[in-house]
Design a protein around this ligand. Sequence first.
Ligand SMILES: NC(=O)c1ccc[n+]([C@@H]2O[C@H](COP(=O)([O-])OP(=O)(O)OC[C@H]3O[C@@H](n4cnc5c(N)ncnc54)[C@H](O)[C@@H]3O)[C@@H](O)[C@H]2O)c1
Ligand SMILES: O=C(O)C(=O)C[C@@H](O)[C@H](O)[C@H](O)COP(=O)(O)O
Ligand SMILES: [Zn+2]
Length: 347
Amino acid sequence: MNNSSLYIGPTALPALAALLARPGTTRVAVLADTNTVRLCYPKLQPHLPADHLLIEMSAGEEHKTLATCERVWAELTEHQFDRHSVLVCLGGGVVTDLGGFCAALYKRGLRCVVVPTTLLAQVDAGIGGKTGVDFQGYKNHLGVFQLPEAVCIEPEFLATLDPRELRAGYAEVVKHWLIADSDAFVQGRQQGMFVEDWALVVQASVAIKQAIVAQDPLERGPRKLLNFGHTVGHALESYLLGQAGRAVLHGEAVAAGMVCEAWLSVQKGLLTERELDQIETFLFSVFEKVQFVTLETDAIAELARQDKKNQGATINCTLLEGIGRGVYDQPVTVAELAESLRYYHRL
Ligand SMILES: NC(=O)c1ccc[n+]([C@@H]2O[C@H](COP(=O)([O-])OP(=O)(O)OC[C@H]3O[C@@H](n4cnc5c(N)ncnc54)[C@H](O)[C@@H]3O)[C@@H](O)[C@H]2O)c1
Ligand SMILES: O=C(O)C(=O)C[C@@H](O)[C@H](O)[C@H](O)COP(=O)(O)O
Ligand SMILES: [Zn+2]
């Protein structure tokens, strides 16, 4: 995989304009959801060629599906987009995951530029080339690794973000600290969500993710560190997504998953009770508890059998061997995952 160019801050949108004006570029489409069309697209428009095509999709995880991709592909086809065209993905992780996937498959690949507009997408989803959609209730079950040509991060987009969405993105920031930066965790615990300059948080978090992805872009090994909190988190998110009125945001599920997987780390003798307490106290100071009943824990844990880190019947989890030190390929059982959910439920 080649590298993506990365632009963060005031140079990001002018850099996008320069990329789109590159000789040989045939057409430009912008994929945005109903909210980013309204709140972010006007800021992007001056940096786009006048004849660009706007493709709008419905907002929300429930639309991260093949059906939405089909609509995107149909529009690109109708407007005769070729491989020298560019798809600009303007939105949160749903738009960047789905748009990146559409770009990778359309005519076996057209150019793609990511303009992430949520904290979660700026620190995580927009970086590293994991693209995909949900399928049959399983998270990101269909997807490809395909780096975009460029990632253009303008932290000013965060100004219109709902506080709940900002918090959800913060979960992935905390994940980066827990797997790779103990000092940032110590500092972050003091600061909490009272952040003066989100651009600095974004920059530091992107650096952690990029360093890990650079070592292992296709997730054969160390990239699995970035999945801390996701074995349980994705199971919980998938379980609740299918139930009316109970869906939680990806970051909220990951925050819960990190508590469960930190607890599992203690059970495996990798993390101390004191460290678990620090992690839990901090996460519960930011995130509300995800609601489920103990009767549901087995069914939730069962969903981890489809986790992409698994090998055969072995469920491989990423755990912590200390704050700031993730460790991947740690085998866990469905029973242990269910027990971790019961622990979380009792807190
Ligand atoms: N590919 C990866 O590496 C990766 C990493 C983490 C998460 N993800 C995926 O990302 C998705 C979650 O992403 P998300 O949290 O960004 O959710 P999202 O894309 O659903 O965006 C959250 C909400 O915020 C709105 N929004 C976006 N930008 C806005 C802005 N600037 N102002 C106001 N509203 C805005 C969206 O319309 C949406 O309603 C999940 O599907 C998750 O699986 C992927
Ligand atoms: O970039 C990665 O690698 C990650 O695992 C980042 C995660 O935060 C993200 O949610 C990712 O989409 C999960 O991937 P999956 O392979 O578990 O679907
Ligand atoms: Zn995630």
